[in-house]
Design a protein around this ligand. Structure first.
Ligand code: TZP
Ligand code: MG
Length: 243
């Protein structure tokens, strides 16, 4: 059971268990991804600040560190997240298994999702990066718990990401699948509203947050704006039903 208190003071109760991944994923909004290249105070400090800001989903993304170092960092991140945020590992199923993370985020060229699912089990969260409707439908059919869609805008963070597909594409993907859509790529405080208005359930903004001087307050800024837009969207939908 979850108790929801809205900005206007309304209170509602919904059946569901926040520990169940499907239920949890219905409410994700801001998704934090580590980046040791841009980090100013180190990724562990960044994760701590993001969790303190209220971020509920953290991904450890590291491309060039030894497995030993990754297991060390992943163990620390898991401890920081504890019961406050779900902890996922990018690409590396072995690291996720080693530290008993709550899931993984995979790319199109990583381990096929069916095999990842067998290794991780039904309870773990598996996210898959998609670039178009075809990949999104396939991801859902193969058991992805959410899709990561991007790059929405041009990005300097991932060199091989290609050009931005534009926020309009989000609606097309959103209309073709039921699992949550997490938007990524070139998202900042100036364009994040268009991303949520275009139907994204959640967004990632690596450089905008990790590259800032204050990870906690930037994370809070994103969380607040996303929750505000979603609240207004819900209100608008409720209003429509009344008329
Ligand atoms: N996948 C697609 S774009 C991207 C990833 C990991 C990088 C996103 O970084 P930023 O700084 O939010 O553009
Ligand atoms: Mg990958």
């Amino acid at each position: 059971m979850i108790l929801k208190i809205y900005f206007d003071g309304q209170i509602s109760m919904e059946k569901g268990n926040i520990n169940q991944k499907k239920y949890f994923l219905k409410y994700i909004d801001f998704y934090f991804v580590t980046d040791s290249k841009f980090s100013k105070k180190g990724i562990l400090s960044d994760v701590k600040e993001a969790v303190e800001a209220g971020c509920q989903i953290i991904q450890y993304r590291e491309k060039n560190k030894s497995t030993k170092k990754m297991i060390y960092e992943a163990t620390k991140i898991k401890r920081i997240c504890r019961n406050n945020a779900k902890f996922l590992v990018n690409d590396r199923i072995d690291i996720a298994l080693a530290v008993d993370a709550e899931g993984v985020h995979l790319g199109q060229n990583d381990m096929p999702i069916e095999i990842a699912r067998k290794l991780l089990g039904e309870d773990k969260i598996i996210g898959l990066t998609v670039h178009n409707v075809y990949e999104a439908i396939e991801a859902e059919n193969k058991g992805a718990d959410y899709v990561g869609l991007g790059p929405i805008f041009d990005t300097v963070t991932k060199i091989d990401a290609g050009g931005g597909i534009g926020p309009e594409k989000i609606r097309e993907i959103k209309n073709s699948i039921r699992v949550p859509v997490v938007a990524i790529g070139g998202i900042n405080m100036d364009n994040c509203e268009s991303v949520i208005q275009s139907g994204a359930d959640c967004l990632v903004a690596i450089y905008a947050v990790v590259g800032s001087d204050d990870v906690k307050s930037e994370s809070k800024n994103f969380i607040n704006i996303i929750r505000k837009i979603k609240f207004l969207q819900k209100l608008h939908l409720t209003d429509k039903h009344k008329h």
